[in-house]
Design a protein around this ligand. Sequence first.
Ligand SMILES: [Zn+2]
Length: 560
Amino acid sequence: MYLKQGLIMKKIIFSILICTMLSCQENRPHGNQYNLPELTPNNFLIGHLNENRSSYRVSFYDINIDFDIEKKSLNGFVTIKAQSIRDLHKLQIDLAENLNIKKVTHKNQNLSFSREFDAVLIDFKSTIKKNSIFEFTVFYEGVPQSADNPPWAGGFTWSKDKDGRDWIAVSCEGEGARIWWPNKDHITAEGDSVRMAYTVPSNLVAVGNGKLRSVKEFGDKTTYEWFVSNPINNYNISVQIGNYVAVQDTFLKDSQTHFMNHYVLDYNRELASNFFPQSKEVIRFYEKYFGDYQWYEDGYKLIEVPYLGMEHQSAVTYGNGFSIYNGVRSKSWPMYGVIDPLIMHETGHEWFGNSVTASDPTHIWIHEGLQVYSESIYFEDKFDSYEVGVHYLNTIKNRIVNEIPIVGRENENHWALHGDTYMKGAWVMHTLRSVISDDQIWFEILKEFMTENAKGFANTNDFFKKVYDKTGIDYWYFAQQYFYSPNQPQLEYYQTDSKFFYKWNNVNDNFIMPLDLLVNGNEIRVIPSQYFQSFEIEKHSQIEVMDWKFYVYPKEVKFK
Ligand SMILES: [Zn+2]
């Protein structure tokens, strides 16, 4: 998901206020007083894998939904195919409490169930034995929540296109897929494959993820059947309904041709056919640095939507207006006129998030921080210039607020989609590259982390285990400082005629990060501690803290 612009502005203003009041950085809380969200009873039920959820794994979702567009309501059923991990009598699935469950069936018998907030506890009539494959069906209906500000405040967007015709889309990262269909709504509970059958009025087209299998017309309604043959995050499963036409393109890889079938509103066909081919350059870049695209069987497509866009797997949604030089999300800034930022960002999530998924949403910097960081690498590669990559990172640096840690608490359904997850996450990766100071190893770390965890799950610890395996150095102190604490390290320094003095401030006790300085244009590496150290210099030496390589705050203090 793209970072919300308004939120950034609010955070910047808030941070200025805080800085004025508290003399910035000095009085930030230590310990666990950070302003993380309170755990609600619903997030307790949704956030952790209790015994009624860990007792089974989902292998297949069969989603069938009939859309009543006038009433903005759904009527559908979902068959969940699962495997029992142990003997079980009951299990939990999740569906927003405002949606009505008509019945739950298993082997043609109705099952009893109870509901608590968004959790649905289903009782089976007899024990499902360990390692059984079983399936049950949930029939439901209702008016799903509308999106207040998609994709950040998600739900259904019921809108009209320029010709006044219905145009509908859903986005639900953070809110969870349970706001519109029943599922085991935990980030690790991906089905191995998913079938979607969307029934809409025959004058409209329904587009889902993966490949189109069939189109069947029944009177004034038509069912579009889509199929994803790969593991997919529940929040990535989507539906788009409108006057869509296909824009066909091809992608050549290893002398094999893959077809790309984008969907746009009929009047944008020509515009899109000229604009969307840039997505191929994006895919080639990600394959070069982060391994193969994982969903060739399901294709890759862009779908025009009435909101900014979202990384729906194999069905990336696009609402950035085909804009080249106007607006902050255009190609002109800070994208140097070479790429649409929305296509770049959301397509990159096919790697960061869709292929490698955070094992708890509190580790979602693996989606967003790595994504934004990869954009700096794209520019470095495109312009063959480390400095352009750094310039890109500098354009986003002032959005970092250092108020709460990038990684919060696990098992609380905490989707850490705040600004620092994006911008600071990118800067932390850039800093780690500088610390390791070996680009060959650094890019191997990134690629191996992505390929070894492809179609899987990883957390912050897994990333630093890979770093340890490749460098032989335990950088957990670095993770503790930059991911688990909100505090930006400060280098306090002063110089005399003959010496330069330096020490860390605002850091954890175990923080031992090396840092590079420029002394009269010569790069040197120091390992500051929390006590002043010094080295000898000549009178009038110019010394710079290389804060374009390290996310640190250079703070000159008075000579004492
Ligand atoms: Zn994103």
